[in-house]
Design a protein around this ligand. Structure first.
Ligand code: SAH
Length: 213
């Protein structure tokens, strides 16, 4: 598959749709206009790549809905150089958005097939995270902690303590919490012991898987 002016036109439309749904961060919208989302999906879904919908990728997982990706990124308030931990690499689309905002990204994926596929694919498009990790997101990444921001892109049954412990004071953890439907939950670390919690509405994610294969 290639990237063409037709795709570019569809991306511009998608960015307008996201803006109409309330996304205001110019850098996030710019990233949506730039990243060839159709290349992150199976070619049979190409015609749908710029609709504001989630679609299946490999291993029974999905590429998140563009609105969700834009919303999560906006809420994280990514600054250039932020050290960001992403749980659930999946297709790598969210990873690419974070990289477009000049974050330093560490991305964990629990399914080997997706880890392998995406860690080969993303650098070919010029998107190079600091590290791809094949592992279990419930544990975070203690050897690289603390992080400015942590983003979870699968539905978590509860908030893992390890993730709260790995954010810097002043940093943010954004995690969808719940079983069938999730409440997007933002934690801002105010001090070593205090977290401010904000609930930001209902979303639907594939479940965060418990054990590593
Ligand atoms: N941001 C991705 C979302 C993919 S769906 C995208 O837009 O493409 C969620 C991803 O989280 C899946 O790839 C799934 O395999 C992964 N995942 C699920 N449980 C996990 C865990 N415990 N640790 C790390 N990744 C996990």
């Amino acid at each position: 598959m290639r990237d063409t002016t037709k795709h570019q036109g569809l991306r511009n439309q998608l960015a307008s749709v996201l803006q109409a749904k309330g996304i205001t961060d110019k850098k996030v919208l710019e990233a949506i206009r730039k990243i060839p989302r159709h290349l992150f999906m199976d070619s049979s879904f190409e015609a749908h790549a710029y609709q504001d919908k989630a679609f299946p990728i490999a291993a029974e997982q999905t590429i998140s809905q563009p609105y969700t990706v834009a919303f999560q990124t906006e809420v994280l308030e990514i600054q250039p150089g932020d050290k960001v931990l992403e749980i659930g690499t999946g297709s790598g689309y969210q990873t690419a958005v974070l990289l477009e905002l000049n974050a330093e990204v560490y991305s964990i994926e629990r399914q080997h097939e997706l880890f392998k596929k995406t860690s080969m694919f993303l650098p070919k498009l010029g998107y190079k995270p600091k590290r791809f990790i094949f592992g279990d997101g419930y544990k975070g990444l203690p050897e690289e902690a603390p992080f400015d921001k942590i983003i979870v892109t699968a539905g978590a049954p509860y908030v893992p303590k390890a993730l709260l412990a790995q954010i810097k004071v002043g940093g943010r953890l954004l995690i969808p919490v719940g079983d069938k439907e999730q409440v997007m939950t933002l934690f801002i670390r105010k001090s070593p012991k205090e977290f401010e919690k904000h609930e930001l509405g209902a979303f639907r994610f594939v479940p965060m898987l418990k054990k590593k294969n």
